[in-house]
Design a protein around this ligand. Sequence first.
Ligand code: URA
Length: 429
Amino acid sequence: MNPVAIITKKRDGRKLSADEIQAFMGGFVRGEVPEYQMSALAMAIFFQGMEADERAALVDVMLKSGATLQWPKNFGTLVDKHSTGGIGDKTSLIIAPLLACCGLKVPMISGRGLGATGGTLDKLESIPGFRTNLSESEIHAVVDKVGCVITGATADLVPADRKLYALRDVSGTVPSIPLICASIMSKKLAENLHALVLDVKWGSGAFMRKQDDAKTLAQAMVDTGARMNVRTTALLTDMNQPHGRMAGNAVEIDESVATLQGNGPADLTEICFALCAELLVSTGVESSSAAAIKRLNHLISSNAAYEKFREMVEAQGGDLDEPRHIAPATEVVAPNAGYVASMNVEQLGMAIIELGGGRKKLGDRLDFSTGLEMLVRLGDRVEKNQPIVRVFAHHAGVATACKMVAEAITISEQPVTPPPLVVERIVPR
Ligand code: URA
């Protein structure tokens, strides 16, 4: 195998064979293909894309690069949800316990922040003691006892993705449909699930800026799931404003707890319920979305979902009662009266990184106490000098972050219609 020939073939827009993809990726995982050649191929794929059978070969080789989770016979119905990433996206923290309360088993393997997007593992680590590095036997034990777990990939689970993900993050090759599809689906298929729901986001805070691209990505992923006999559906959702009000780490845990206790923002509850309902219906636990939503409402009002979250946190070593420090707040105000017209959500994510709530480079330690509270949503009427965002920070980055936040939000004189949250449902072709 000549890596240069494979890179130039893709660079020139030609289709790679399954054998070429297998040989190149195998060499990369074994350390025989160096990172600079893998980065070059990732960039060629970014520009040239991949056809369906190339994508399938890439998913297969990544999936087979390591171990997969093995479950005892009759362990139960295994499900998961995965999001393509956004700002203030805390749905995993709410969905996992809700599904576990319905008797489903949820072995949720999550990630850290990527680009400007936040990471579920980082958020959970703001709970004192919470462990995100469980071994395979610990994952089994927690899923068996509690019904859900949220943890990082073990060392031998899809090593190809771990290596490639880190390279993409620093080589400008994250927003590529075939690479995102292979990254997400190889990890999810390694969990050996019965059913999967995907939350595919489009907008200024998502990797897919255009709705059509998000749809193409969603279709590629649900088709991959179906090919591997996993019941898979996707919801196309809006990321032109953060989910809920809070974005950061500890502040997102607080908002998730409030949502599980029935005091969460309506948009966050709506998206969590819509994603859960997909799985409750696809696994036959409920016969319709309406019946699923009724059950989910009851799990919140009875406190069962919150108790399940507590149980999971405890099983993973965390203490929800230990105070989570939140940095002091500074308010950003509206420069003029009008309607909230747009948000550059990626820039809001970059402001959180500026405050130490996300990483500028691999290995950076996070300041969990920083973050944003969005006091307005798209379409809201605001008056001049009305506070629109609270910035939680206690170091020098606060002035820069406040400026970035102020510049990220535009106010227009004309009324603005807010975008729909769930845009479309995608099923296998
Ligand atoms: N989430 C992933 O797991 N992988 C990607 O490539 C993008 C988002």
